[in-house]
Design a binder for this molecule. Structure first.
Ligand SMILES: Cc1ncc(COP(=O)(O)O)c(C=O)c1O
Length: 474
C-alpha cells in the first residue's frame, strides 16, 4: 500500500520537539531479516521524547537530594522537582489550591486516593474500568460498581439513579479514555451531573492525558490521575492532582519526609503534598514528566488530538477491509476516541497473532485482556458459566488460555507508514497465514516462535537473554 503521509513526521522542524528515542530502531525477524521496529503499543508505555532523555542527562549533573539539603545542588534539584509539580498542574488545568502529588504511576495515584479518602465517602465506579480504577475501590466498604454502559446516555442514566440529593459525600470515578476501546467518557456531562448532586469526580487520565487536552478547572474534574510513562517520560513517576481536603487524611505511605515531628509513640504528619510523598521522591521521574508535559503543551494537545483522529480514520478504513478483522467497541462507531484499536483477526488466537506480527513483521502490539477483565468479558461475550470455570481452573493452579484480543495503539510518533505496515502484515496473515512455526509456552500459556532464532541485543540485555534461555520468561 503506498500513500502520501499527510501527517507531519518527526523530521518536520515543527514536529522535531516530539522526536522519540528509538524511533529508528531496527529489530531482527525470525527469518533472519531485519526491519525498522513498528511500535504500535503506545497505550501500554510510550518511548521517551528525545528532548526529555537529553534533559534527564543534563539533570543528572545536578541530581541531589531534595527538600532538606542546604547544598547548592540540593537546592537546584528541589527547584526542578517543585517546578515539575507546577508544570503538571498547568498541563491538566489544575486549580491553584489543588494538591499535586507525585506518585509512581496512575495505579499508585488511585490507590493513594482510596487510602486518603475520608471513610464516609461513598464511591461509585464502572465495571469497564482498568483494574487500577476498579480494584482499589472494590476493597473499600461503601463502593458501588455500575455495569458497563451500552451508550453514553445509559452511563448518565445509571449514574443519576445512584446519586441522591443530600446523599452524603460521594466520589464518582471514571476513566477519561478507555484503554480497551479508546472511547472518551462524556466528561462534561458526567461532571455536570456529579456536581448537580454535590458529589465529586475522579478521572483516570492514564490514556486521556497523552492524547487529549485536559482542563480540570473548566471541566469540573475534582481529582485526576496520570502516568509519566504514557506521557513520553518513562522514568517512573505519575501524579495525583486534586482537592486537598480529601487528600489530607491518612498518609498512603508512612515514613520519612511525610512528617513534622515523630516520637516513639506519636507523629504529627506534614501538610500536603509532603504528607502523601513519604520516602525519597523520584526527582528524575518527576522532572522528566513535568518537562514532557511542557513539551506536549507547547506543541498543542488539540493538535495532537486532531492529527491522531485523522490517523485513526485512515487506519480504520484500511483495517476494516481485511478479511477476519473484528474490532471491539462499546459505543457507536462515530463516538470520539483516542487512537487505538482492540481487535481479533479470525481465525487466529490473539497471542498467536501478536507473536506473528512481532516475529515475522517487526510490529509490536499488545495482547491479552488489557487489565480490564470485566470489560473484556463483556466485549468477547464470555458467559458467566465460562468465566466461573476459568476462575475455578486458575484457583486450582491451572493456566487456561484466557479469551483475549490484540491492541494497536498510536502515539505522537505513529505515521501512516506504520499503519500501512500493520495493514499489510494483517492482510498477508489473513491471506497466507504465518510463514513460521509457533508453539504454546507451557509456563506462560502463550504462543512463541518455535524456534526463535532472533538474537537479543547486546549488553545491558545479556541478563535478559539468559533469563529467556532458562525458560523463566512470562
Ligand atoms: C486507563 C488506564 N488506567 C490506569 C492504568 C494504570 O497505569 P499504570 O500502569 O501506569 O499505573 C492504565 C495502564 O495501562 C490504563 O490504561
Amino acid at each position: 500500500m503506498t500513500t502520501t503521509d499527510a501527517r507531519p513526521t518527526a523530521t518536520d522542524p515543527d514536529r522535531s520537539s516530539l522526536r522519540l528515542v528509538g524511533a529508528d530502531t531496527v529489530v531482527p525477524l525470525v527469518t533472519g531479516a531485519t526491519r525498522r521496529y513498528v511500535n504500535l503499543d503506545y497505550a501500554a508505555s510510550a518511548p521517551a521524547l528525545a528532548c526529555i532523555a537529553d534533559a534527564v542527562n543534563e539533570l543528572l549533573e545536578w541530581y541531589s537530594s531534595v527538600h532538606r539539603g542546604a547544598g547548592f545542588k540540593s537546592r537546584a534539584a528541589t527547584a526542578a522537582y517543585e517546578g515539575a509539580r507546577e508544570s503538571i498542574r498547568r498541563f491538566v488545568g489544575g486549580r491553584d489550591d489543588d494538591a499535586v502529588i507525585i506518585t509512581r504511576n496512575t495505579t499508585d495515584a488511585i490507590n493513594l486516593l482510596a487510602v486518603a479518602l475520608p471513610e464516609a465517602v461513598r464511591v461509585i465506579g464502572f465495571a469497564g474500568e482498568h483494574h487500577a480504577n476498579l480494584l482499589p475501590w472494590q476493597r473499600r466498604d461503601g463502593c458501588t460498581i455500575l455495569p458497563v454502559p451500552a451508550t453514553p446516555a445509559e452511563l448518565l442514566e445509571t449514574l443519576e439513579a445512584e446519586l441522591h440529593p443530600g446523599g452524603g459525600q460521594v466520589l464518582v470515578t471514571i476513566t477519561g479514555a478507555s484503554n480497551v476501546t479508546g472511547e472518551l467518557a462524556p466528561l462534561d456531562d458526567v461532571s455536570a451531573l456529579v456536581h448537580r448532586y454535590g458529589a465529586r469526580l475522579l478521572v483516570d487520565a492514564a490514556q486521556l492525558a497523552p492524547h487529549h487536552p485536559i482542563d480540570m478547572a473548566a471541566t469540573g474534574i475534582d481529582y485526576l490521575a496520570l502516568s509519566g510513562h504514557k506521557l513520553y517520560a518513562p522514568f517512573g513517576a505519575g501524579a495525583l492532582i486534586g482537592g486537598a481536603d480529601w487528600l489530607a487524611g491518612r498518609p498512603f505511605l508512612a515514613g520519612g519526609g511525610a512528617v513534622r515531628l515523630v516520637t516513639v509513640d506519636d507523629v504529627v504528619w506534614a501538610d500536603l503534598p509532603d504528607r502523601q510523598e513519604a520516602g525519597s521522591p523520584n526527582v528524575v521521574g518527576a522532572v522528566a514528566m513535568g518537562l514532557a508535559a511542557d513539551t506536549l503543551a507547547a506543541y498543542g494537545m488539540a493538535r495532537i488530538e486532531a492529527e491522531e483522529a485523522a490517523l485513526w480514520a485512515y487506519a480504520r478504513e484500511a483495517f476494516t477491509a481485511i478479511p477476519g478483522w473484528e474490532h471491539y467497541r462499546i459505543w457507536p462507531a462515530d463516538h470520539p476516541r483516542v487512537g487505538l484499536f482492540t481487535f481479533n483477526l479470525r481465525p487466529y488466537a490473539y497471542d498467536h497473532l501478536a507473536a506473528i506480527l512481532s516475529a515475522e513483521h517487526g510490529i509490536g502490539v499488545r495482547h491479552g485482556c488489557f487489565c480490564a477483565h470485566p470489560l473484556m468479558i463483556r466485549l468477547l461475550q464470555v458467559d458467566g458459566a465460562e468465566a466461573d470455570r476459568l476462575m475455578d481452573d486458575i484457583r486450582a493452579g491451572g493456566h487456561p488460555h484466557l479469551p483475549g484480543a490484540a491492541r494497536i495503539s498510536f502515539g505522537v510518533g505513529t505515521t501512516r507508514a506504520d499503519v500501512d505496515a500493520a495493514a499489510d502484515a494483517l492482510r498477508a496473515i489473513a491471506a497466507d497465514g504465518p510463514a513460521w512455526t509457533y508453539a504454546r509456552n507451557e509456563a506462560s500459556g502463550e504462543y512463541e516462535p518455535d524456534p526463535d532464532p532472533r538474537p537479543m541485543p547486546s549488553l545491558p540485555f545479556a541478563m535478559a537473554a539468559e533469563h529467556l534461555r532458562s525458560g523463566e520468561s512470562t
